[in-house]
Write a protein that binds this ligand. Structure first.
Ligand code: ZN
Length: 388
């Protein structure tokens, strides 16, 4: 069945048309805080209910509870901090003095208002400690830790009101949780599995998706690539989406798989991030969630199967579909994993994303055991990978 949102109710903090009109008039008198793109995504996701039950950015008590217990003060599981660092003085003179009770417009890089925040709390937090507790490391080489350390050490907590959706980052609109829940209803899907990804599909991804589609309790699969802030070396969002479209069109029944973008910044937090990403998909209406090896991992910071075990500690009302590492085995002649294949490493064709990228960059043709030719064609587009 379509699960209820996390906490029981889908949060909707979008300003109505009438409120927006009233707010537009007030906006010119409000202080404006330019907010880093990661927090703009968060503000949007709070507003449309993707982060239900959050109605705003976390205050000190909520943050402490999440970092210490992996739960909101209510006891509901929640694993990642959703906080709003106050912009530095040089970017926004004057906003550092704002206090509880003040209202501030959160604006994007062009100065356009995205949301209004009623500041309920302005508090200091220990940035290295937050990094360590959320990501298990203070190493500035970790991308999210670097972000925390680069931003301010004061944060605002408070409920927000979303004034507008952000511009789409892919080549198609991004449905919110309410829209996806409706879409599942139209498709007649009751039990939907979510597939988290950051990259175009190779055959190891496809294998997990097929294993999921074979399960009798699963009606449909939501491929939900995270297409938030981009960094050098990432595939462009439209490339990821088109690559999946190519896979679906050529190899999946059209009635069983949909591909939709999710604009959030990726948290490479290993187990905590996997749990968070599953909670978000629950809000989008997914009752099952695919967890591969080392989900949301980066470098060697996390045990590759800690992302499986965290679902034993926290029951979020979503069934984790846990899969081990898969590969193409020449002897078996199929995709396989340790669970079904007795052959050694010499028979196994590893299908890592690194290998795919390197081969494509050199103009090599990858065997279809690794990459579907329809997907390879999309990935060979000029500019598919961001170089700056
Ligand atoms: Zn084998």
């Amino acid at each position: 069945m379509i699960p209820p949102p996390h906490g029981g109710r889908l949060v909707d903090r979008r300003a109505s048309a009438a409120e927006r009109a009233r707010r537009e008039a007030e906006l010119k008198d409000l202080p404006k805080a330019p907010v880093f793109v990661d927090q703009l995504y968060d503000a949007e996701k709070i507003g449309i209910g993707a982060y239900s039950p959050l109605e705003g950015f976390m205050g000190a008590e909520e943050l402490e509870s999440v970092l210490e217990h992996g739960r909101l003060p209510s006891g509901l599981p929640w694993s990642m901090p959703i906080h709003l660092p106050v912009p530095e003085a040089k970017a926004a003179p004057g906003v550092q003095e704002l206090r509880a009770g003040d209202e501030v417009a959160l604006v994007d890089g062009d100065g356009r208002p995205v949301a209004l925040l009623r500041i309920e709390e302005s508090f200091r937090f220990d940035r290295p400690a937050m990094a360590r507790r959320a990501y298990g490391t203070e190493d500035p080489a970790h991308p999210n830790v670097a972000d925390i350390l680069a931003q301010g050490e004061r944060a605002w907590g408070g409920r927000l009101e979303l004034l507008r959706r952000l511009d789409t980052v892919g080549n198609r609109p991004e449905p919110g949780p309410a829209e996806l829940r409706e879409e599942f209803g139209r498709l007649g899907w009751r039990t939907v599995a979510a597939y988290q990804c950051r990259n175009p599909p190779h055959t190891a991804h496809e294998y997990l998706q097929r294993l999921t589609l074979e399960r009798e309790e699963i009606d449909g699969l939501l491929v939900h690539p995270v297409v938030g802030r981009l960094k050098r070396g990432d595939y462009r969002p439209d490339v990821i989406l088109d690559a999946y479209d190519a896979l679906v069109a050529a190899y999946y029944p059209a009635t069983r798989v949909i591909v939709r973008p999710l604009g959030i910044t990726m948290r490479y937090g290993g187990p905590r991030a996997a749990l968070f990403l599953a909670i978000v998909r629950k809000n989008y209406g997914c009752a099952a969630y695919i967890v591969g090896r080392d989900q949301a991992g980066v470098g060697r910071y996390y045990d590759p199967y800690a992302c499986h075990r965290i679902f034993d500690t926290f029951d979020i009302g979503v069934v984790p579909l846990r899969y081990e590492e898969s590969f193409f085995c020449r002897k078996c002649g199929w995709m396989a994993s340790e669970k079904v294949c007795p052959h050694g490493a010499a028979e196994r064709v590893q299908t890592s994303q690194t290998r795919v990228r390197e081969s494509l960059a050199k103009g090599e043709r990858l065997p279809s055991e690794i990459l579907r030719p329809e997907v390879a064609e999309v990935l060979r587009r000029p500019g598919a990978v961001l170089t700056s």
